[in-house]
Design a protein around this ligand. Structure first.
Ligand code: ZN
Length: 498
């Protein structure tokens, strides 16, 4: 995710706090009757809703095998008992009535023997049918927890199919940032939709194990009235118009965490591009906004620069999607950008592309370690800016270092932050400073070689604090753990030298 302010003005990150919103992730309990049998009307079912489901034992799904854990920062979200492998999401969006009709088919692996299992699911949506392996089963909804009352055994794979409808409602974000206060499915007055959902909130629009440790594969079929179109992660496989509707099929061929999933409906214009290295790119911009297209077209050249630093782009396609937001998000293979001057700036575009390696290819095992994403994205962003705009990197970093104490005091150390202040400056600037100190310690050549090697060493996987600190120590032949601990866990500012 981008931070709110350009690197050159970051000294002022004195954090103008926008007022804390109450958390909404543990809503009051509500009961729901088990397994209703009604089916959606013909107009609500998308064309692929009844297509044959994937075989749960298809070895292609092994790419999405994960080892889910309980989150140490936001334990109420996600369930380690479920390892989601593949989500098929058939979504039909009616802009006028702001109604979503959905058919979801989830293939998952149970990680333990249990008498029931649960997913996260928005309480604003109504389930009209639910079946496990083709059989109707009982379920109950307890706040945002969808509990399916069916026994499962460790390592067995199942197919859960549900139909639901309603107007999705985003959930309160655990942050004091001023660029967003709710997360999940957003709807504009005109009925356009988009999603940004870090650290959670995917559950506002589909039933999901909403945790970064559980990566999964995705296919989407998106239907809306023409000329509007639905956009999602991955490759656009087909786009058809029939009966006044546009139907798009999207396929994500490498697993993604739920916070990196994006879906938007709107009147978008698609523009194709290709990077110098041959990555197929698409820009999805509001049809009436030439400015936003010009803004995102810098991505191809920036990707060229980044591949020089980080190695080949890790996925098969890259898209940039511009929506009516004030933030930016590194959604995997389809970056979601708001329409503000800053979110459409070259700095934010480069920042979100860095995350395709740092955050998307390798993803923190839980939210304690989101510094892994933001520290390197911030550091590489400022390295790029210094080169692009011709300022002294050391001077900017010294300005950041001067803010270290206040950042730690206000929001906590980067790897032990206050859960109510997700995504504040402490997880960006302080680990960025740490990376620069490490670069000075081990030298540019070794540092940049290892920066490039780390995401590749954990391709499509997750990593913990111990994983990354042990890896850097092993690769450099030095015990770097004290340095990592001081920067990431310390309450006091570590020594900083330029
Ligand atoms: Zn970021």
């Amino acid at each position: 995710m981008r931070l709110r302010c350009a690197a050159t003005c970051l000294v002022a990150v004195a954090l103008v706090l926008a007022g804390c919103s109450a958390s909404d992730d543990e809503p009051e309990a509500r009961s729901s009757p088990a397994a209703k049998t009604s089916t959606p009307s013909a107009t609500s079912a998308s064309p692929n809703a009844d297509a044959p489901a994937l075989d749960p034992d298809d070895p292609a799904l092994d790419a999405a095998l994960s080892r889910p854990v309980e989150d140490r920062v936001y334990p109420s979200v996600g369930d380690p008992g479920v390892d989601a492998l593949h989500y098929q999401l058939d979504l039909t969006w009616a802009p006028k009535s702001k109604a979503l009709d959905a058919v979801e088919t989830l293939i998952f692996r149970a990680t333990e023997d249990a008498s029931e299992f649960q997913l996260d699911f928005g309480r604003s949506l109504t389930i009209t049918s639910l079946a496990l392996d083709g059989e109707k089963v009982a379920f109950r909804e307890r706040g945002k927890d969808l509990v399916v009352r069916a026994p499962v055994q460790a390592d067995e794979r199942h197919t859960l199919k549900l139909r639901y409808s309603g107007t999705p409602k985003p959930v309160a974000a655990p942050t004091t940032r001023d660029d967003f206060s709710t997360i999940g499915w957003q709807i504009t007055d005109q009925g356009e939709t988009w999603t940004m959902q870090e650290p959670f909130g995917a559950y506002s629009w589909y039933a999901v194990n909403d945790h970064p440790s559980d990566k999964a594969l995705y296919d989407f079929t998106l239907t809306t009235r023409s000329p509007w179109v639905g956009v999602a992660n991955g490759k656009l496989r087909s786009r058809q118009q029939a009966g006044g509707s546009t139907v798009t099929d999207w396929h994500l061929d490498e697993p993604a965490a739920s916070y990196l999933v994006t879906v938007a409906f709107g009147n978008f214009r698609m523009t194709r591009d290709t990077s110098k290295s041959g990555v197929p790119m698409t820009y999805w911009t509001p049809r009436d906004s030439a400015i936003s297209l010009r803004s995102v077209e810098v991505a191809a050249d920036e990707l060229d620069w980044l591949e020089g630093k980080l190695g080949p782009y890790p996925f098969s396609t890259l898209g940039l999607l511009v929506v009516d937001s004030r933030s930016g998000m590194e959604t995997q293979t389809m970056i979601t950008l708001g329409t503000t001057d800053y979110t459409l700036s070259p700095s934010v575009v480069v920042h979100e592309m860095i995350h395709q390696w740092y955050g998307d290819q390798v993803t923190p095992r839980d939210w304690r370690d989101v510094w892994m994403n933001e520290g390197m994205a911030m550091y590489l962003q400022v390295v790029w800016e210094a080169q692009e705009y011709g300022f002294e990197l050391d001077e900017t970093l010294a300005e950041w270092a001067a803010q270290d104490g206040e950042q730690r005091a206000t929001n906590g150390p980067p790897a032990n932050y206050d859960p109510a202040t997700f995504g504040e400056g402490n997880i960006y600037y302080l680990p960025a400073l740490m990376w620069d100190q490490l670069r000075q310690r081990i030298g540019d050549r070794q540092f940049w070689r290892l920066v490039k090697a780390w995401p590749r060493s954990r391709d499509n996987a997750n990593a913990s604090y111990d994983d990354i600190t042990a890896w850097w120590s092993r690769k450099t032949g030095e015990d770097l753990r004290p340095m990592f601990d001081a920067w990431l866990l310390g309450r006091q500012s570590p020594p900083y030298s330029t």
